[in-house]
Every structure is written in C-alpha cells, then in structure tokens.
Design a protein around this ligand. Structure first.
Ligand SMILES: [Cu+2]
Length: 312
C-alpha cells in the first residue's frame, strides 16, 4: 500500500501535528471570516454618500485598545500551549544516543546509512514498523529539509550541523516524503520512499543489502562491470565488493540498485528502459542534477544497463 495523505498520520507525533494544524487552520479561518465579514459590512453600511459629512474621528480609546491587544494575545498563548504539547508528543531526540538511521541530503537525492548494520542505500528508506527510530539528519551541500509527514515532524538538514528527530510508522506501508526546503533546480525531484515493514521483513532486507554486489554472470553484464570501473562511474558511485571505491559518495550507492523501485529520487521507474534513458543523458531526465552526461555509445549503455540490472 502506498500512502501519502498527510491527514492519515501513522504515529502519535504525526497525529499531534495534524491535530495542531487542523486547529490552527480552523481558528485562522474563523478569524479571517470574522474580520473579512466585518470589513465588508462596514464598507457597505458606512460608505460615503454625497450629502453625508465626514464621520468624527476618535483617538485613544483605551478600552478598545485593551480588547484588541488581549484577544490576539490569548489566542497566541493558546496556540503556543498546543504547539508545545504537540512537540512533546515524542521524546526530545537524545543526541548522545547512536542514531538508527542517518540520512544525508545531497543536491538532489538522499543518502541513507544504517550505522548499526552498515547498510548504505539511497532514496528508498526501509525501516521496521511499530517503534520509534532516531534519525540523524545531515547535509553535504545546501540546506535540505527531510519531511515524511505521516511519520513525524519535518527537520532541516544543515551543512555542518546535524539535527536529530524521532520518526515512527505504526503501520507497515509505503510512505512518501519530499524535500521541503528549496535547494536548487531539482528540489521538487527529491522524493523519499519510506518502506515500513515488519521486523522480520526489515531484517531480511538489511541482510540482503549487506551482501556484496552479485558478480555479473552474462558477457554483457561483465563488459558493463568493466566499463563501470574504467569510466569515471567508480569515482562517484560505491558498489560493495568493487575494489577501492568504498568512499565514493558523490552519487548514490549502487550495490543493490536493482532492489530499488525508482531512479534519481523518484524521477523515473527503475526498469531497463528507465536506466537506459538515465545513462544516455541524465541531464535530459533531471536537468541540473550532478551526474554529467557521459556520452555513452548505445553498446556501452546496453552493457552498463545489464550490469546495473544484475545488482539485485
Ligand atoms: Cu533538497
């Protein structure tokens, strides 16, 4: 099941945020209608007519000024109390604890690291449902904002200043998230897929992600693997098991690319056609992203696609 309806929260914190939003929205709507209504009434009722003299102005009406200061003050106090209550719907993130998941914002994709197991993946974040998870949120370039509305609060990712947040999915399902701070031309194509699953399914996923990338078995995939290392792909993309590129983090980790549904943070489906289009010219598919057009020939593209497809 894929869900992206912010009004169907999947954790106590997300529920508290939705409640606060609804209250603030209704309150603002009532005030807007009241003020707008009164202004409209006054315009119609007291509009100047040719034979009317100017109305008498009055200054310094103490009672009136007290009333229109106290009412907004009380409303703001009320909103503040409710906001603090919503913020306390989850524990304050404990920065001294080891995070469950580290998400790093990149222009224009998400790196996800699982410090306990050592799994590294991108754009598709698997997590066990039913328990709170501590996220550490970082950025390597500009300010991004990690937001999966149904699981918890949104949180800025600020270069050099890691932030922490609790997120939880009560139900196993697929949740959608997005970058919520304008971070460059492809900001809108920084989507997050969160796959919340049972503890067993999650453990299976983690185990599979930890395997070294499978060795290619067909001639085409073998040629693709060689191309991958001869061309500059290895400088930007890590593949578990390839010698010497474990630190390549300029692009997504591709060790188990074939286990992901989409490419480039949700822009296209991860199919042979999608991969071919991406490799032929990533700048056409996602203009301004940080993977250059490699000007591959059709044969090279085909071999690379067979190789990448084999990375289950
Ligand atoms: Cu962003």
């Amino acid at each position: 099941m894929v869900t992206s309806n912010v009004f169907h929260p999947s954790s106590a914190l997300a529920q508290a945020i939705v409640n606060l939003f609804k209250f603030a929205f209704v309150l603002s709507a009532v005030i807007m209608l009241l003020v707008g209504g009164l202004v409209t009434y006054c315009i119609l009722r007291f509009k100047g007519r040719p034979d009317h003299p100017d109305p008498r102005p009055f200054y310094g009406h103490t009672k009136l000024e007290i009333v229109w200061t106290v009412i907004p003050f009380l409303l703001l106090v009320c909103l503040m109390v409710l906001t603090v209550k919503a913020m306390n719907a989850s524990d304050p993130p404990d920065k001294s604890k080891a995070p469950d998941i580290v998400v790093v914002g990149h222009q224009f994709w998400w790196e996800a690291r699982y410090p306990r197991s050592g799994v590294v993946t991108a754009n598709e974040i698997h997590l066990p449902a039913g328990r709170p998870l501590l996220f550490r949120l970082e950025s390597v370039d500009v300010i991004h904002d990690f937001w999966v509305a149904q699981l918890g609060r949104k949180m800025d990712m600020i270069p050099g200043h890691p932030n922490f947040a609790w997120l939880q999915a009560d139900q196993p399902a697929e949740y959608r998230g997005a970058c919520s701070e304008f971070c460059g031309v492809q900001h809108a194509w920084m989507q997050i897929r969160v796959v919340a699953e049972s503890a067993e399914q999650f453990a299976t996923w983690e185990k599979q992600q930890l395997e070294p990338a499978p060795t290619p078995t067909t001639p085409s995939a073998e040629r693709g693997a060689r191309l991958f290392q001869q061309m500059t792909c290895v400088n930007c993309h890590a593949i578990r098991g390839l010698p010497g590129n474990a630190d390549a983090r300029a692009g997504p980790d591709l060790s188990h690319l074939a286990s992901r549904k989409t490419l480039a943070a949700g822009v296209i489906e991860n199919t042979p056609e999608g991969l071919t289009r991406w490799l032929k010219n990533p700048q056409h598919v996602k203009p301004g992203n940080l993977m250059p057009n490699m000007f591959l020939t059709d044969a090279q593209t085909e071999d690379l696609v067979s190789y990448l497809q084999s990375l289950k």
